[in-house]
Design a protein around this ligand. Structure first.
Ligand SMILES: *[C@@H]1O[C@H](CO)[C@@H](O)[C@H](O)[C@H]1NC(C)=O
Ligand SMILES: *[C@@H]1O[C@H](CO)[C@@H](O)[C@H](O)[C@H]1NC(C)=O
Ligand SMILES: *[C@@H]1O[C@H](CO)[C@@H](O)[C@H](O)[C@H]1NC(C)=O
Ligand SMILES: *[C@@H]1O[C@H](CO)[C@@H](O)[C@H](O)[C@H]1NC(C)=O
Ligand SMILES: *[C@@H]1O[C@H](CO)[C@@H](O)[C@H](O)[C@H]1NC(C)=O
Ligand SMILES: *[C@@H]1O[C@H](CO)[C@@H](O)[C@H](O)[C@H]1NC(C)=O
Ligand SMILES: *[C@@H]1O[C@H](CO)[C@@H](O)[C@H](O)[C@H]1NC(C)=O
Ligand SMILES: *[C@@H]1O[C@H](CO)[C@@H](O)[C@H](O)[C@H]1NC(C)=O
Ligand SMILES: *[C@@H]1O[C@H](CO)[C@@H](O)[C@H](O)[C@H]1NC(C)=O
Length: 893
């Protein structure tokens, strides 16, 4: 009642405003001129009196010049802010698009007075406060988009009058209260999304019963109660996303009505009951994600009827029985995740018929029996996760055929026999090899040394015997290792990653000796130990709980999820388009965007994709991403970073993360590489950047055959200053870079320095660590010592990493260089120089310091700065602003 009265008064108020306006004889001409002034719209030419020609303005086609009124106003993506109250004087406005600007403060309630409005888009701004109740007057509105602002409060009762709404988007705000039941009475509603808010209560129980609902996305709220069967009634639902709520009850049988439902995501709720067999009728089903619920019964074989099914995630439920043989029919299945249930039976061999499978996760179940020898017939497999089951028998030698495998988890089973040497054939293995808690015996195969990308190796708690082979030093990327509780003997090889590991990685092997166990080996144990470690104490041991490269994985996951979430509709459209095209064009772009207006015409997405398919275009290869050079038909050359295949199941604020990426593209600093766009196809994400023809600082300093002939100190110093300025700018806007290293410093044709990989810092907020990746370490050799205790990258931590870059520039040595003793990195080596009785001249690259007296002097000054930056005590390190000052002083000295 009170609401009705206030609505009445506000409309009364609006009416009087209009009267006074018409008395003042303000026509659209005057309004547009005033708007132009208020919002400072750059490309609106006030010398051109015909405002109907201004960009983004469409007037009614009829009438004399005088009476031409503005019908559509589109000011999206124009970096605007200011007072929008004036807009409401454009009385004939039907379409108003102000999305993706910087408007802030409350939404002017006068917008509710533009009674002719049919389309209103205020999304992607900084509006705060409540949704004005005056919007209840917009009874002609067909589409309302308020998503991605900072709105709070509830959905006002007045919106009940918007019965003609077809699309209602409220996602990404801080809205609370319940979703009113009358939303279910909107008979034209096709799209309703309100995800990432704080809505509570039930989903309106009649939602969809009187309308043709196509998209319903309410994920990441606090909704409870059941999934109303009404949403499946019309049978036209295409996308249903309800993840991360508190929904209970079972999945309604009527889901089978929706033949066109391609995306069904209901994970992270409290759903119970069996999966309805009617799921087999949902013939378009592509993604089914219902993990972290309390579903029971068996995995229904009707899933096999959904021939387009790509992802099936049923992890962490109470499912029992076997994996149905029929699932082997799913030709398009890429991910089967059934971990943490009560599933049993033998390894589901039929699944090996799914040749597109890239992830198989059977972990934490009760599977028994041996693994099939031809396990790796699925050549695309990247993640094989079998841990915490009761598998037994030998690890088949055929495992070596899984050449694309990134992660192999076989821990906590009953495997026997030796580790097959074929394991060395899995050259792509990167994330982890875990064989712990089995009954493996025999020696460690020397072929393990071929796994030069592997970051984490765990063979603990088996009965493996014999020495740790010297060949194992080939595992160049190793950070985390665990050999404990076996029967290993002899000296621990002198190998950086081993000596930096905690003792506990080697304990429980009574005849193992040497560092880091702290036990002395008997002299007859070979020379390696003697010359490598004798008398040398490793004084700092960073415990890397999580690998630095994990950052990228997480970023990719989030990005891709974000993009999928944001674009379910576009995905559908893209698919429809694909159907028209010929099949010869394999990768199907799901969504793509270029943020930079001036480059829109010049970037061709297909060319970006094609560039990544040719080995010859490869510029650099990181652990989880590969960069390619791509020449556009327009002649523009850009860099395309391909992030490798990912899991699409993380659901955390992905939308906000995506916005951050786009926001980064607006950062204007001459020393930062900003993302200029992205392309998503299949499950691959490509990030587009400006191309840097001179590679990275890492290549400049360390590549023997690099383009630069003679090392040039002046060039290096100006690179250092540029990077310092980029980093200082990031700190100024409260952004911490998560991976400052010379490999992330890019050089343009004039050797100007650009700090790259800044999107990773935005995509991952370490303070909000997730279960999968709880911390970030950065690159090896650049990690500040305090990280071992704080597990957080901080502003002083960035300064430390920058100091390491300065040392690289000065010494031309790598942060972890082969020429150092074990356990010594570049920082320790430089800091320890005076104790070793060495002069700075012996530290600095003589090819630079001996060229001129002036260079030597500058280098000594920079050395001082680098020493300060790498102080062990974070608080003693200078701020980046100070560092810039000192470097400039050094330059002028
Ligand atoms: C509208 O009036 C302006 C001058 O005020 C004139 O330049 C323009 O051609 C007129 N446009 C039309 C469509 O009559
Ligand atoms: C507004 O213009 C942008 C391009 O600048 C376009 O993408 C968008 O669809 C337009 N909005 C409307 C409502 O037509
Ligand atoms: C915007 O302008 C109107 C008058 O045009 C004024 O009443 C209102 O207070 C202004 N709003 C803000 C936030 O400045
Ligand atoms: C806002 O929502 C409308 C209706 O669903 C849609 O057409 C428009 O593209 C959305 N705006 C943005 C910026 O995504
Ligand atoms: C969202 O609203 C809640 C309660 O209304 C408030 O505590 C919280 O700070 C708000 N969050 C943001 C990001 O505005
Ligand atoms: C929805 O419409 C029905 C039928 O017109 C009506 O009985 C019911 O009260 C309405 N529900 C709400 C919440 O307005
Ligand atoms: C599977 O997907 C393809 C391509 O998107 C589509 O043409 C086909 O109709 C889909 N199949 C079913 C049964 O929906
Ligand atoms: C899940 O369901 C089982 C029985 O079906 C019940 O015992 C258990 O408490 C439920 N767990 C939760 C978290 O609801
Ligand atoms: C893999 O999936 C594609 C469609 O994404 C399909 O055309 C192809 O037949 C599948 N491959 C196999 C071996 O089934």
């Amino acid at each position: 009642m009170a609401d009705a009265i206030s609505l009445f008064f506000s409309s009364l108020l609006l009416t009087t405003t209009f009267l006074s306006l018409s008395q003042a004889q303000l026509d659209d001409q005057a309004t547009m001129a005033a708007l132009q002034k208020e919002l400072s719209v750059l490309d609106w030419d006030s010398n051109q009196p015909d405002y109907c020609t201004w960009r983004g303005v469409i007037c009614t086609g009829t009438g004399t010049n005088q009476s031409q009124s503005v019908q559509e106003l589109n000011l999206s993506h124009r970096s605007l802010r200011g007072n929008l109250t004036l807009v409401s004087q454009l009385k004939s406005l039907k379409k108003l698009d102000l999305s993706s600007n910087s408007f802030n403060g409350p939404i002017p309630s006068s917008i509710g007075g533009i009674l002719a409005l049919e389309f209103l888009d205020l999304s992607m701004n900084h509006f705060e406060g409540v949704i004005p109740s005056s919007f209840g007057s917009l009874s002609s509105l067909i589409s309302l988009n308020l998503s991605n602002n900072f709105l709070s409060g509830g959905i006002p009762e007045g919106l009940k009058n918007l019965e003609n709404l077809q699309e209602l988007q409220l996602s990404g705000n801080n809205l609370t209260g319940s979703i009113p039941d009358w939303v279910g009475n909107f008979s034209n509603l096709r799209v309703f999304s309100a995800y990432e808010n704080g809505f509570t209560g039930f989903i309106p129980k009649n939602l969809g019963s009187v309308s043709n609902l196509e998209v319903l996305n309410l994920h990441s709220n606090q909704l409870e109660g059941e999934i109303p069967a009404s949403i499946f009634k019309s049978g036209l639902l295409q996308v249903l996303i309800l993840t991360v709520n508190g929904l209970s009850g079972s999945i309604p049988d009527s889901v089978g009505n929706c033949k066109g439902l391609s995306n069904l995501r209901i994970g992270n709720n409290r759903l119970t009951g069996r999966i309805p067999t009617s799921i087999g009728d949902v013939s378009s089903l592509t993604y089914f994600e219902a993990d972290n619920n309390n579903l029971s019964g068996e995995i229904v074989e009707e899933f096999a009827l959904c021939s387009n099914l790509t992802l099936l995630n049923l992890a962490s439920n109470g499912l029992t029985g076997m994996v149905p043989d029929k699932l082997g029919d799913l030709k398009n299945l890429q991910e089967l995740i059934v971990s943490d249930n009560g599933l049993s039976g033998k390894f589901p061999k039929s699944i090996l018929r799914c040749r597109n499978l890239s992830k198989l996760d059977l972990s934490y179940n009760k599977f028994t029996g041996p693994l099939p020898e031809n396990l790796c017939n699925i050549s695309r497999l990247q993640f094989l996760v079998l841990d915490h089951n009761s598998f037994n028998g030998f690890i088949p030698g055929g495992i070596g055929n899984c050449i694309r495998l990134l992660e192999l988890q076989m821990g906590s089973n009953y495997f026997t026999g030796a580790i097959p040497p074929e394991i060395g054939k899995i050259r792509n293995l990167q994330i982890a090899l875990n064989l712990s808690f089995n009954q493996l015996e025999g020696a460690l195969p020397r072929e393990l040394g071929k796994l030069d990308k592997l970051v984490s190796l765990d063979v603990s708690s088996n009965q493996i015997s014999g020495p740790i082979p010297q060949e194992i030093k080939g595992m160049m990327s190793l950070i985390e290792v665990n050999f404990s509780n076996n029967r290993l003997t002899g000296p621990i090889p002198a190998f950086g990653p081993f000596q930096k590991s905690p003792q506990s990685s080697f304990t429980g092997n009574s005849e193992l000796c040497g560092d880091p166990l702290g036990s002395t080996c008997r002299p007859n144990y070979g020379s390696d130990y003697d010359d490598g470690l004798d008398g040398h104490k490793v004084s700092y041991k960073i415990v890397l709980v999580v690998v630095g490269s994990g950052v990228t994985v997480f970023a990719v996951v989030s990005l891709v999820v974000g993009l999928f979430m944001l674009t379910e509709k576009k995905e559908k459209e893209a698919k429809a388009k694909m159907a028209i095209q010929e099949i010869i064009e394999p990768p199907q772009i799901l969504v793509a965007n270029v943020f930079v207006e001036s480059l829109r015409q010049a970037v061709d997405f297909d060319t970006c994709v094609k560039a990544t398919l040719k080995e010859a275009n490869k510029v650099s290869n990181g652990t989880f991403s590969t960069s390619f050079k791509a020449v556009m038909p327009s002649g523009l050359v850009i860099s395309v970073k391909k992030l490798k295949s990912v899991d699409r199941t993380v659901t955390h604020h992905q939308n906000k993360m995506l916005r951050e990426v786009e926001r980064l593209s607006n950062l204007t600093h001459k020393n930062l590489i900003r993302p200029i766009g992205y392309v998503i196809y299949d499950d691959v994400a490509l990030l587009l950047h400006h191309y840097m023809p001179n590679g990275t600082l890492l290549q400049l300093i360390h590549d023997v055959g690099a383009a630069m002939k003679e090392p040039d100190w002046q060039c290096r110093l100006s690179i250092a200053i540029g990077v310092a300025e980029g980093l200082a700018f990031l700190h100024q806007i409260a952004t911490i870079h998560l991976d400052v290293c010379s490999g992330n410093i890019f050089l343009d044709s004039n050797f100007n320095a650009f700090l790259g990989e800044i999107e990773i810092s935005k995509l991952l907020d370490p303070s909000k660590g997730t279960a999968s990746i709880s911390a970030v370490a950065g690159s090896f050799g650049y990690i500040p010592p305090e990280y071992a205790y704080t597990m957080q990258v901080t502003v002083p931590g960035n300064v430390y990493s920058f100091g390491v870059v300065l040392f690289e520039i000065l010494t031309s040595k790598l942060p972890v260089d082969e020429c150092f003793e074990e356990g010594v990195d570049l920082v320790k080596w430089v800091h320890g120089a005076s104790a070793r009785g060495e002069t700075p001249e012996q530290i600095m690259d003589a090819r630079l310091s001996t060229v001129s007296f002036a260079w030597r002097k500058q280098m000594l000054a920079v050395l001082k700065v680098a020493m300060l930056c790498t102080d062990r005590t974070p608080a003693k390190r200078p701020k980046m602003k100070k560092v810039i000052e000192m470097l400039n002083e050094a330059k002028d000295s």
